[in-house]
Design a protein around this ligand. Structure first.
Ligand code: C2E
Ligand code: MG
Ligand code: MG
Ligand code: MG
Length: 289
C-alpha cells in the first residue's frame, strides 16, 4: 500500500517536472524567435547626480512582451537567454537599438551617456570587443559615452583574458560599472586590479536605510572613493533615502524617486522637461537641523 502511494507520488512528480521542462522549453523557443525577429524592446532609466541636478546616464533595460504571457521580466528571460546561448545576439541587438535611439531621437543631447548591461560570460567570448566596436562605428555612437554594467561575479573570475578585454575597452573610452554590488562575493584585490569606474550598490541595501541600516552603504562609499571609484545607489524610492545617500557622499542615484524606466517617447518628454526646467537640488538634512 505504502509502496504503491510512493510510486504514485513519483509519477506525479515526474509529470510536474515534465510540464515544467516543457514550459521552459517553450519559453526558450519563443525567446529565440523574439531575439531572431528583433522583437525585444528596451526602456531607459535615468541615473542622476545624487542632488538630482545632472544626468549621469540612461540605463538600458530589456523588455520582452510575450504574445500570450504578457510582459516577462528580464530577471526571468536573461538567464534563459544565457543558457540558450542567445545572450550575445540579444546584447548586440540591445546595444544597437539603444545607440540608434540615442543618435536619432536624442541627438540634441550630444553628451548623453548610455549604461548597457552585459553578462560576464559574453565578455570572454571571442570577438566580444570587435562586435561591440563594430556597432559603435555603425551607429556613430562615441565609445566614451558608453558604460558597461557587469555583475559582481566578474570579480570572482580570474582570467587574464578578461582583464585584457576590459583594458582594451578602456582604451576606447568605455567605462565599467559593477552592478548589484554587495549581493555576491567580491574579491577586493580583483576590484582594485580591474579598470572599474563605479560600483552600483544594490537596492536591497538602499532599502535598509529605512531601518537605520546605512553602515554598509557608508563603508562601500568610503572604500570606493579610496579606490578612486564612484558610487551609484539603485532602487532609491524616497526623499529620505536620497537625503541619506547625499549625506554619506554617494555620487549618483537611480530609482523611482527621480525617474522610472521609460519607453523612448516618454523619455523624450522627460529629457525635455529635465533640461528646460531648472531643477533645484535636494536639500541634505545635516544633524541638528
Ligand atoms: P539592474 O541592472 O540592477 O537594473 C535595475 C532594476 O531595478 C531594473 O529592473 C529597474 O526597473 C529596477 N528599479 C529601478 N529603480 C527602482 C526602484 O526605485 N525600486 C525598485 N523596486 N526597482 C527599481 P528590471 O528592468 O526588471 O531589470 C532587472 C535586472 O535584469 C537588471 O537589474 C539587470 O540585471 C537585468 N537586465 C535588464 N536588462 C538587461 C539586459 O539588456 N541585459 C542583461 N544582461 N541584463 C539585463
Ligand atoms: Mg544594471
Ligand atoms: Mg543595477
Ligand atoms: Mg539591481
Amino acid at each position: 500500500q505504502a509502496k504503491h502511494a510512493g510510486r504514485d507520488r513519483v509519477i506525479i512528480f515526474d509529470q510536474a517536472m515534465e510540464s515544467l521542462l516543457d514550459e521552459y522549453q517553450k519559453l526558450e523557443d519563443d525567446l529565440r524567435s523574439s531575439v531572431d525577429e528583433d522583437l525585444i524592446d528596451i526602456s531607459f532609466q535615468p541615473i542622476l547626480s545624487t542632488d538630482g541636478t545632472t544626468l549621469e546616464s540612461l540605463e538600458v533595460l530589456g523588455r520582452w512582451f510575450h504574445p500570450k504571457l504578457g510582459l516577462i521580466s528580464p530577471e526571468r528571460f536573461i538567464p534563459i537567454a544565457e543558457n540558450a546561448r542567445l545572450i550575445r545576439r540579444y546584447t548586440l541587438s540591445v546595444l544597437k537599438k539603444s545607440c540608434m535611439v540615442a543618435k536619432m531621437e536624442f541627438g540634441v543631447f550630444p553628451d548623453l551617456r548610455l549604461s548597457v548591461n552585459i553578462s560576464v560570460q559574453e565578455m570572454l567570448e571571442t570577438h566580444f570587443l570587435d562586435d561591440l566596436h563594430a556597432i559603435l562605428l555603425e551607429t556613430d555612437f562615441p565609445p566614451h559615452l558608453l558604460n558597461l554594467e557587469v555583475t559582481e561575479s566578474l570579480l570572482a573570475k580570474n582570467e587574464s583574458e578578461l582583464s585584457q578585454v576590459m583594458q582594451d575597452c578602456c582604451k576606447l573610452g568605455i567605462k565599467f560599472h559593477i552592478d548589484d554590488f554587495g549581493t555576491g562575493y567580491s574579491s577586493l584585490a580583483r576590484l582594485h586590479a580591474l579598470p572599474i569606474d563605479a560600483l552600483k550598490i544594490d537596492k536591497a541595501f538602499v532599502k535598509r536605510i529605512d531601518q537605520g541600516g546605512e553602515t554598509l552603504i557608508k563603508a562601500v562609499i568610503e572604500m570606493a572613493h579610496g579606490l578612486n571609484m564612484k558610487v551609484v545607489c539603485e532602487g532609491v524610492e524616497t526623499l529620505e533615502q536620497a537625503q541619506c545617500i547625499a549625506q554619506l557622499g554617494g555620487d549618483y542615484i537611480q530609482g523611482y524617486f527621480y525617474a522610472k524606466p521609460m519607453a523612448t517617447s516618454e523619455l523624450s518628454m522627460w529629457l525635455f522637461a529635465f533640461t528646460h526646467q531648472k531643477v533645484s537640488p535636494i536639500k541634505v538634512n545635516t544633524k541638528g537641523n
